[in-house]
Design a protein. Sequence first.
Length: 420
Amino acid sequence: MTATLEAPRSSASPAIARGARRKIGLLADNYPDSGGAGGIGTYTKIVAEELARLGHDAHVFTPAQVPRHRCRRIRGVSVWECPDWTKRREMSIAHALEFTVRHRNRAELLTRYSLLVAVRNACRAGVFDLIESPEFGALGSLVCGRRYCRRLAVRLHKPLNLPFRFPGAPPAPPWAPIDGWERDLAMLADVITVPTSDARKAISEFWHTPLDRAKVVGSPMDFYPWQPIEPVHPHSAVFFGRLEPRKGADTLARAIPMVRKSFADFTATFIGSNVDWTPGRRGMEQITSIARDGGCEEAIRFIGQTPHRELAALVRQYAVCVLPSRAETFGVAFAEAMMWGVPCVASDIGPYVELATHGEHCLFAGTEDPAAFAAEIIALLSDPVRARAMAERGYAHVQQWITDRVVGQLLDAWGLAPVA
């Protein structure tokens, strides 16, 4: 059974002629230009805009807080904003009738159906050469029919409810069982891509299904020219990301007292949105409590969510960037910190270890081990020459993930790359 599901549907997937302008659709769960934020939405935005720059007819379909479907041209991309319906009474009568007949009372399909309506509208000018869907909530589950696209691609980041547990974690969402739809959608796809081989392994183990044909294509990132840095705060570390357990900011907070034994003026700055850590408690409160217990509350500073283009200049002010995540699928923040030329200390989780080499591009510390993080931070603060050389090597290393190279790999994986 597994072998049957894993095999590509070559007979149902006509070959794509190469070298011409292509009509490509991308599905997003929350597109940044439509009020969203998050990894999949950002990935979609970067890829779509690069496709448009290359001359392809790029379309993005995304849920949005709009009363009815609309299409806007944003930086060369046709962005289809779809009402994020939660009840059938929010639809037009025609849509409500169709949804009722086809899907009954399955509320979990409302967003997918809204995307389907937009895809059908976009197909009036011709079907897509390819539609790519992220696995998030199996967004492509209603639009994968051959009437809409000649080829279906799925980008797997991780299954929707791939377990991640921490003390005080909320229970799994009530719709967690729809991860089976994600698996089914992936098995129907002509092309599967994953950001790392670690993600492929984790998904394969969780689904109990081989994913050998899934191609590893890293996540794209903006290019930044090399800029020699003299930190504004020489004995300092910076963390950037959401203040939530998966990102591990608490590990850095617990490391601060240990670092201050060697550098009494050491400070740590946390940049990112202040989200729920546990029910009833937010990230800033959690980190402040840890710092207070360690007798170093004066050593921490918080900066809220920062526009991305301002973030690079801000992070470059600090001597070390600390990335103590407990779980990631690629590690865009880690790659970005290296692109910005900041020496890094990161947790030794699988995706990070796949992206860089300890002692060559960065230093790794044991996940959830504050003492290990403190030791590596001290090592970089104690030897600025070594830290700068490591940052230079890291910068050269991450050039492989700049946007034009990654999108070229995606086009090749999709079977749409022009003939050289």
